[in-house]
Design a protein around this ligand. Structure first.
Ligand SMILES: Cc1ncc(COP(=O)(O)O)c(C=O)c1O
Length: 435
C-alpha cells in the first residue's frame, strides 16, 4: 500500500504545471525549489510513524556541516534558533569575565542575527556596512577589535555576499581568545579566500532552511562546529538543557551513549536516568525527522541550485547595468564568489524617483520586491532607544533602511520570467529621461 501511495504522490506532483502568464502570474521574489522527490521523502517518513529526530536527521547534520567546512551539525527548527544556541554555546565556553562582554555586529542585519546578543546579556557594538557589497566597514571593524572588552564577532554574510575579511577578523579575535559566529543563513555555498566555503573561518556557522533560502526544509536551521565538545553543548541547549547526548540508535539503548545511563548523576547517592539530568537552562528547538528527509533531497540538488542562482544573478545584473546611473548595483568583493540570495539595489541620491515609486510600480505589475530586511536595526522601534553608547556612524545602514530593495534570483525564475521583468523595468524608466 505504501508503494502505491508514494507512486500516486509522485504522479500528482509531476502533473502540477507552473504556467507563467505575464502580468497575471505573481513573479515570486523567492520560493522553494522542490519536485516529487521531496514530497515522496516526507510522506515516506510520515508513514514510517517516526516523527522525532532519527537517522535521517543525523545524516542531514553531517552532510550539511561539510558544506560549511565543519565537522558537526546540530539541526534546529529555524535559523533564528541556530543563532541563539550558537551564541549560548560560545557564551558557556568563552564568557569568563562579565566585563568582557561586547560583541561586534553590523547595523544592517536580519534582526535575529543580533537579537541573541541582546537576549543573552552581551552588549552589541554596531558597525556600518559598505553599499554594494554590504560588507562591514573595515575601518570601524578594526577599530572596534582594539577594544579589550570585545569577546566576539557575530555577523551574516549579507544576502550571500561573503564578508571578504572574515579570516582576518577570525585570526584577530582568536589571538584574543574570543569567538566568531558566521551567520551563513543567506550564503550556503558562497566562497571566500579564493574558493573556501563560508563557514570555514569561525567557531560556529549557522544556516536557515526557511523556504526563501538556498535549500529548504519548510522551516529549519543548522549550527555547525569543528569540535565535538561544542556540538554536545549546543545539542544540550537545543534539547531542554539535558546532559544526555544520546542520538540515533543510542536513544533506544538501555545503557545510552555514555554507557552508564543509570548512575549517581545528581551526586546524591541515588542512581538516576541520565536522560533526565539537566546541565543547562535549555530550550526545545527541535525540528521533525520528516523535515530532515526533505533536506536530504534538497542537498542532492544543491550544486544545481547554486549554479542557477549565479546564472539568474548574471542575467539580472547584465540588464540592470544600463540603469547604473540611478542605482548602486550589488558587487562581490575580490576573492569571493557569492551564491546570491537576492539582487539588492540601492537608489542613488540623484535618482528622480523614490524607492516607493519603483517598488510600487513593480508590485502593481505582479513583480514581488523585498526590503533588505531591517536596513539599520537602530532605525526600528525595538532598538531605537536601546543602545546607549553607539560609537560609529551608521549612515550607510540608514540609507539601506530607506533606499534599498531586492529582486529575486531564486532558481524558480527563468528567462521567460526575466524577459517580462525587464520589460516592466524599461516601462518604468520611460517616465524619466532616457538613459
Ligand atoms: C541572515 C539571516 N539570519 C537569520 C535568519 C533567520 O532565519 P529563520 O527565518 O529560519 O529563523 C534569516 C532569515 O531569513 C536571515 O536572512
Amino acid at each position: 500500500m505504501k508503494e502505491e501511495i508514494l507512486s500516486l504522490v509522485k504522479e500528482m506532483i509531476e502533473k502540477k504545471k507552473n504556467l507563467f502568464i505575464p502580468g497575471q502570474t505573481i513573479v515570486q521574489y523567492s520560493g522553494p525549489t522542490i519536485d516529487h522527490n521531496e514530497y515522496v521523502a516526507i510522506i515516506d517518513t510520515v508513514l514510517d510513524g517516526w516523527f522525532g529526530l532519527g537517522t535521517k536527521a543525523s545524516l542531514f547534520e553531517s552532510e550539511v556541516a561539510k558544506r560549511l567546512d565543519k565537522n558537526y551539525g546540530v539541526y534546529v527548527n529555524s535559523g533564528s534558533s541556530a543563532n541563539l544556541i550558537a551564541l549560548e554555546t560560545m557564551k558557556e565556553i568563552y564568557l569568563k569575565d562579565p566585563k568582557r562582554n561586547k560583541i561586534i555586529t553590523t547595523a544592517a542585519s536580519f534582526p535575529t542575527t543580533v537579537n541573541p546578543i541582546i537576549q543573552l546579556g552581551f552588549e552589541p557594538i554596531f558597525v556600518d556596512v559598505e553599499l554594494g557589497s554590504y560588507n562591514p566597514n573595515d575601518e570601524q571593524m578594526m577599530d572596534a577589535l582594539q577594544d579589550d572588552s570585545v569577546i566576539g564577532i557575530m555577523y551574516a554574510h549579507p544576502l550571500g555576499i561573503p564578508v571578504k575579511n572574515t579570516k582576518k577578523y577570525y585570526d584577530i579575535i582568536k589571538s584574543k581568545n574570543g569567538f566568531l559566529i558566521e551567520d551563513c543563513c543567506d550564503a550556503l555555498d558562497s566562497t571566500y579566500e579564493n574558493g573556501s566555503l563560508v563557514g570555514k573561518y569561525s567557531d560556529a556557522a549557522t544556516l536557515s532552511f526557511y523556504a526563501a533560502h538556498h535549500i529548504t526544509t519548510g522551516e529549519g536551521g543548522m549550527v555547525a562546529f569543528s569540535s565535538k565538545k561544542e556540538e554536545i553543548i549546543c545539542r544540550s541547549f537545543r534539547d531542554w538543557g539535558r546532559g544526555c547526548w544520546c542520538s540515533g540508535k543510542d536513544v533506544l539503548s538501555d545503557v545510552g551513549a555514555c554507557h552508564k545511563r543509570f548512575d549517581d548523576w545528581l551526586c546524591n547517592g541515588i542512581k538516576t536516568d541520565h536522560r533526565y539530568v539537566y546541565e543547562r537552562v535549555g530550550y526545545n528547538l527541535k525540528p521533525l525527522e520528516l523535515q530532515a528527509s526533505m533536506g536530504l533531497e534538497q542537498l542532492k540538488k544543491l550544486d544545481q541550485l547554486t549554479e542557477k542562482r549565479k546564472l539568474n544573478f548574471n542575467t539580472l545584473h547584465t540588464f540592470m547595468k544600463k540603469y547604473e546611473t540611478y542605482f548602486i548595483l550589488p558587487s562581490a568583493p575580490e576573492e569571493t564568489d557569492p551564491s546570491w540570495f537576492s539582487y539588492p539595489i540601492t537608489i542613488r541620491d540623484n535618482a528622480p524617483f523614490s524607492r516607493f515609486d519603483i517598488v510600487n510600480f513593480l508590485e502593481s505589475h505582479k513583480i514581488q520586491t523585498r526590503n533588505f530586511f531591517a536596513g539599520n536595526l537602530l532605525d526600528h522601534p525595538a532598538y531605537k532607544n536601546f543602545i546607549p553608547n553607539q560609537k560609529y556612524n551608521l549612515d550607510n545602514a540608514s540609507i539601506i533602511t530607506n533606499k534599498t530593495f531586492m529582486l529575486g534570483v531564486w532558481p524558480g525564475l527563468n528567462e521567460e520570467i526575466y524577459t517580462y521583468v525587464f520589460s516592466v523595468i524599461d516601462d518604468f524608466f520611460k517616465q524619466y529621461s532616457p538613459v
